[in-house]
Design a protein around this ligand. Structure first.
Ligand SMILES: C[S@@+](CC[C@H](N)C(=O)[O-])C[C@H]1O[C@@H](n2cnc3c(N)ncnc32)[C@H](O)[C@@H]1O
Length: 384
């Protein structure tokens, strides 16, 4: 592979600028935020580093080809033109996923099937046989994106989504995706030193992601990646990958040896959520950094004279018992979460929450939490 490859890192809509900053920090070039992702250029080694260190990305995709698509046959022909024999072997299992639409291709499953046929046919024509398809756990994941009459084919270097860090143990109600939580922490302006509290912590995602960042832990250190199973991942690549992992361990050890540690607190009124948050912090290796309690956010008592509240209150769709109760909760939170000297960063899926605050937020960012349109709101610290 050359050193100047074209990549797309995907992320929750609205968080692309955060991801773009992360990529620039890793040395990616030609970084361009788009809708739901950021394109960039760089080597396969950079993409391995990106998979290990990016906090806000869901997938890092290697761009193979882009082409106009007017019908299913055009898609088949364009997919057949890709040199799959350079990317797969006959022993490599593969799977194709597709998203979006194009003329004559209204079902993503059908579009994926046409690409699968093109890959298999080309391999049969060039190598004498077809590799096996394994939709559940393939060696190579091929991704097709359709939109605006065009198709783009990618290889997924991440494999399973990067939000699967490997620390989540318990199912709780409405947890944030780890990658979205990390994007919120990065957007917040937190300096990794000030006290940070999530008084409606649920499963603890915001606190755990903040702690991983503060501890300079590579978010992907405990999980496998798609590129490790690519035929192009040979001995030299494995050596440079091991060096990256060692570097990540050294950075974590260096951060742990430093004295100053931020105070990160997470609490929830539901004891089961608090237990899950505690379990998750421990599983992520940041149990010593996150202090978890069962407490009511309406009586939030700031542990220090200044700091940051970072939280994601119930939206009302699944969690709230009733509208009147939710409004009352929002008014109580608007009062409790802004003690003097504290910045408040609130992810809201309900406009009633912002309205409950007596002042307008100093900054807002529209984003998507899954399919839900949300706003990330920031109120700066009040004095006195
Ligand atoms: C949307 S969930 C938070 C999800 C969390 N960010 C995560 O990633 O798992 C909202 C949480 O607020 C909690 N909650 C609701 N009212 C509360 C209150 N008055 N005090 C503390 N926690 C409360 C719920 O128990 C729930 O866990």
């Amino acid at each position: 592979m050359t050193d100047d490859l074209s990549w797309l890192a995907t992320a929750a809509r609205g968080t692309e600028p955060v991801l773009a900053r992360e990529l620039e920090g890793l040395g990616a070039t030609d970084v361009r935020p788009g809708a739901g992702g950021v394109t960039f250029r760089g080597s396969a080694a950079l993409a391995r580093r990106a998979n290990l260190w990016l906090r806000s990305a869901n997938h890092v995709l290697l761009r193979l080809a882009g082409f106009p698509v007017g019908c299913a046959d055009e898609l088949y022909a364009a997919a057949y033109d890709v040199r799959w024999e350079d990317l797969l072997t006959l022993r490599t299992t593969f799977a194709v996923t597709a998203g979006g639409r194009a003329p004559g291709l209204h079902h993503s499953g059908f579009a994926a099937l046409r690409v699968k046929d093109a890959v298999a046919d080309r391999m049969r024509d060039r190598c004498g046989a077809r590799p096996d398809v394994d939709p559940r756990d393939p060696d190579v994941r091929i991704v097709l994106q359709l939109g605006a009459g065009r198709g783009t084919l990618f290889l997924d270097s991440s494999g399973r989504s990067l939000h699967l860090r490997g620390w989540r143990r318990r199912a709780t109600e409405a947890p944030l995706r780890e990658t979205l939580a990390a994007a919120i922490v990065l957007w917040s302006g937190w300096d990794r030193r000030r006290p940070l509290c999530d008084p409606l912590c649920g499963s603890g995602t915001l606190a755990v992601e903040a702690a991983l960042w503060a501890a300079d832990r590579a978010p992907g250190r405990r999980r496998p990646f798609g590129f490790e199973r690519w035929p192009s991942f040979g001995e030299a690549e494995a050596r440079s990958w091991r060096a990256l992992l060692e570097e990540a361990d050294a950075r974590a050890a260096e951060a742990a040896a430093r004295r100053e540690r931020p105070s990160i607190r997470a609490s929830d009124r539901d004891p089961e959520a608090a237990t899950a948050a505690e379990l998750h912090a421990a599983a992520a290796g940041v149990g010593g950094l996150v202090r978890v309690e069962t407490a009511d956010a309406r009586r939030f008592a700031p542990p220090e004279p200044s700091g940051m509240v970072l939280c994601n209150p119930p939206y009302g769709e699944r969690l709230a018992p009733g509208r009147a109760t939710l409004d009352a909760l929002y008014h109580a939170l608007a009062h409790a979460l802004r003690p003097a000297g504290w910045v408040a960063i609130v992810l809201s899926g309900n406009p009633g929450l912002a309205r409950a605050f007596p002042t307008r937020p100093a900054a807002r960012l529209a984003l998507r939490n899954g399919a839900l349109r949300c706003e990330l709101l920031r109120w700066d610290a009040r004095h006195g």
